[in-house]
Ligand binder design. Structure first.
Ligand SMILES: NC(=O)c1ccc[n+]([C@@H]2O[C@H](COP(=O)([O-])OP(=O)(O)OC[C@H]3O[C@@H](n4cnc5c(N)ncnc54)[C@H](OP(=O)(O)O)[C@@H]3O)[C@@H](O)[C@H]2O)c1
Length: 452
């Protein structure tokens, strides 16, 4: 599946600085290595210091070996005339915790580095229902919300490096099966691990547009992308509860040559982050290294703004008017009465930690949007049980290679009809509302699939 991939040929100045989340393995590993081999400085923001440092060591070793080769392959392009050593350093970031994310933001600012590109790559997929320490559904927070917190705080640094600084969201073609339903955004009413991955990837594309509106004249390009179906751990990491999942998925993907390897998987991210062809551009979704239209639901401005407002509410303990002012630009409307006013301090880290401990015990301290959902949550436990049952049965079959835009999209169908029906109801309902809004054309209830 490596056809039509391009790798941007660039010569980066040594102070051109990239933050890449989750680069200790998979697509992020190859992305970080390529950028550093072409001269850039990469901050690898990962949750495990041990894994990240081992990955950096391995990158250095591979790079040195490649540099010695007389005829570089595509995989080591840049290495023959690149720097002596890769400029990559680890910084701690656990996206599952807003407090940890805030610590990363503060630590990054304290370094005094510029920031030219923020690559939001880290993610998990197909996780059984679980909540973060902040009380949010895990894929919502790890894949989307915590990245937004980083964006909000580091936009001033990106502005200072403009023009041609970039925000890159590693989304997925799975976003085309996502739905936007604020009433069940945390999965309290019903939950399906495939759908909620799809939803989290849709939020990334929706937020690309919301950010672009706000950053119009900033010189910051905001991009999102699908890297392809790539052989990394993400497909199976969270299916450890199913004995059939790993062999079935890997077997199918390998048999039909669906997988890209991680280096090929990095190509589209690299185009979005580096390719000078897209200087001055913004709000583009890439697939196989080319701008491609995302699902129309992602373009619904009303939904984008509703998601934006909800997200700020979720983050309100970690942002204030100063932070928002740095992002909102021309779009800024009324000050948000719920946010601390300009100059007012955010919560101290200790406050946040104390409250997190307290919240775990009492369930108190969530914001209003969360509380509303808790009151609606009459059957959350049933939803979770249903999901656990589904884990045993789901993805018994991987079928229907759909040819869309000259690429194979692999449908992995859920077979637990109860969960599918339950979730399908929610989705088809919001889907029909979106259609009335001129929203997306995909009928999610009929396409109950997921692509990673
Ligand atoms: N592989 C595919 O086919 C595919 C297709 C479409 C989209 N994508 C997207 O591509 C991106 C990269 O995925 P991948 O395939 O390279 O998967 P991967 O190898 O599993 O890499 C995911 C990275 O995210 C990190 N991560 C997970 N939870 C984190 C947290 N709480 N805080 C900080 N980092 C965390 C992981 O760290 P640990 O090693 O510590 O877990 C890992 O470094 C994801 O956003 C994924 O949704 C992948």
């Amino acid at each position: 599946m490596g056809a039509n991939l391009t790798f941007p040929e660039v010569d980066l100045p040594g102070d051109r600085t990239f933050i890449l989340t989750g680069g200790n393995g998979g697509i992020g590993y190859e992305t970080a290595k390529y950028i550093a081999a072409h001269g850039g400085r990469v901050v690898l923001a990962c949750r495990s210091e041990e894994k990240a440092k081992a990955a950096i060591e391995e990158m250095q070793k591979e790079y040195k070996d490649e540099k010695q080769k007389t005829s570089p392959t595509a995989a080591n392009a840049g290495a023959s005339n690149g720097p002596d050593d890769l400029n990559i350093e680890f910084m701690k970031l656990d996206l599952e915790s807003l407090a940890s994310t805030m610590e990363f933001i503060d630590a990054y600012k304290a370094k005094g580095y510029p920031l030219h590109s923020l690559i939001c790559n880290a993610g998990i997929a197909y996780a059984p229902y679980g909540e973060t320490t902040d009380g949010y559904e895990r894929m919502f927070q790890i894949n989307y919300l915590s990245h937004l917190l980083i964006i909000l705080h580091l936009t001033p640094l990106l502005r200072a490096s403009a023009p041609n600084s970039r925000i890159v969201m590693v989304s997925s073609v799975a976003h085309t099966h996502g739905a936007f339903d604020l009433d069940n955004i945390q999965g309290k009413r019903s939950y399906n691990r495939i759908y909620f991955y799809n939803h989290s990837k849709l939020y990334q594309v929706m937020s690309m547009y919301a950010l672009d509106r706000r950053l119009k004249s900033s010189g910051i390009g905001v991009f999102s992308l699908h890297p392809g179906v790539v052989e990394t751990g993400i497909l199976v990491n969270n299916w450890t509860d199913s004995k059939v999942m790993v062999p079935v998925v890997h077997g199918f993907m390998r048999l039909f040559h669906v997988y890209r390897n991680p280096y090929q998987g990095a190509a589209t991210t690299l185009v979005a982050a580096l390719d000078p062809k897209y200087d001055g551009e913004s709000a583009l979704y890439f697939d196989s290294c080319k701008p491609t239209p995302p699902v129309s639901l992602a373009k619904n401005v009303e939904n984008q703004e509703a998601l934006w407002k909800y997200s700020l509410e979720c983050l309100k303990d970690y942002i204030n008017e100063d932070v928002l002012q740095g992002v909102e630009g021309e779009v800024k409307s009324e000050p948000d009465a719920n946010l601390p006013s300009e100059g007012e301090n955010l919560k101290s880290k200790q406050d946040v930690k104390d409250e997190a401990t307290h919240d775990t015990d009492t369930g108190e301290g969530r914001d209003e949007c969360e509380k509303e959902e808790v009151t609606q949550n009459t059957d959350a436990e049933e939803g979770r049980d249903g999901c656990e049952e589904e884990n045993e049965e789901v993805v018994q079959q991987s079928e229907d290679d759909i040819i869309e835009d000259n690429q194979i999209i692999t449908e992995v169908h859920a077979t637990d009809t109860d969960d599918v029906k339950e979730e399908g109801r929610d989705i088809s309902q919001s889907d029909s509302e979106d259609r009335q809004d001129g929203g997306r054309s995909t009928d999610a209830a009929d396409n109950a699939g997921g692509e990673n």
